[in-house]
Design a protein around this ligand. Structure first.
Ligand code: HEM
Length: 170
C-alpha cells in the first residue's frame, strides 16, 4: 500500500539530512585530493603503541635505553598528534557535511582526550625519564593505548562508513 510506505519513510527521515551542505563531505585540507589528516594520523597512532612497548621493555629489562626511547616516543607522538589534530579540526570546521555529523564531533572528543594524555605523559618524563616510567608513565601509556585505539577505530568509521573526507570521483 503506497500510503503506508510514505508514512514509514516520514517516520525515519533525519532532520539533520535537510541541512544545506549535508552532502558536501569532500576534504578541503588536502594535497591533490589526498587529505592531510588521513596522511598524518599514522604517526601518533604508531608512536603511542611504541611508547607503551618501550615502557613495558624498560619494566622488564631495566635498561635505560627503553626509558629514553619512551621519552622520544611520547614527545614526537604528542607533536605529530597536534599536527594531525590541527588538520582534523580545520576539516571539521570548514566542511559543512562533516560539521553536521555528530560522529565527527565524537571523534574530535576522543582525539583531544588522547592528545591531553600524550602531552601529560611527555611532560611527566621531562623531569627524569627513568624514574617517570614506574608507575605513572606506564599507566599513562596504557591509557594512551586505549584512547588511540578508540580514536583511530572511530576515525576509520568516519571514512569507511560515512565516507567523510573522501573524493566523490569524476
Ligand atoms: C583533534 C581533533 C581531530 C579532529 C577534529 C579529527 C577529525 C577527523 C575527520 C573529520 C576525519 C574524516 C576524514 C577527513 O575528513 O580527513 C578523521 C579521520 C581520521 N582520524 Fe581524526 N581528527 C582529530 C584528531 C585525530 C587524531 C589525534 C588521530 C589519531 C591519533 C585521528 C585519527 C583518525 C583516523 C585514523 C582517521 C581515518 C583516516 C583514514 O582512514 O583515512 N584523528 N578525523
Amino acid at each position: 500500500m503506497p500510503e503506508q510506505t510514505d508514512k514509514t519513510q516520514e517516520h525515519f527521515s533525519d532532520p539533520i539530512a535537510e541541512k544545506v551542505g549535508f552532502d558536501q563531505t569532500e576534504s578541503r585540507v588536502e594535497v591533490h585530493g589526498h587529505p592531510i589528516h588521513a596522511m598524518s594520523v599514522s604517526f601518533p597512532i604508531a608512536l603511542s603503541f611504541c611508547l607503551l612497548g618501550a615502557d613495558v621493555l624498560y619494566w622488564w629489562t631495566a635498561d635505560a635505553f627503553w626509558a629514553r626511547a619512551a621519552l622520544w616516543a611520547a614527545g614526537t607522538g604528542f607533536l605529530f598528534g597536534m599536527l594531525a589534530g590541527f588538520a582534523g579540526t580545520a576539516e571539521l570546521l570548514l566542511v559543512k557535511g562533516i560539521r553536521a555529523r555528530a560522529a565527527a564531533w565524537t571523534h574530535a572528543i576522543f582525539a583531544v582526550t588522547l592528545l591531553a594524555v600524550l602531552g601529560a605523559n611527555w611532560g611527566h618524563r621531562l623531569y627524569g625519564y627513568e624514574e617517570a616510567v614506574l608507575p605513572y608513565g606506564i599507566l599513562l601509556s596504557g591509557l594512551g593505548g586505549v584512547m588511540v585505539a578508540f580514536t583511530g577505530w572511530h576515525g576509520g568509521k568516519l571514512v569507511f562508513d560515512y565516507r567523510l573526507g573522501t573524493s566523490k570521483g569524476n
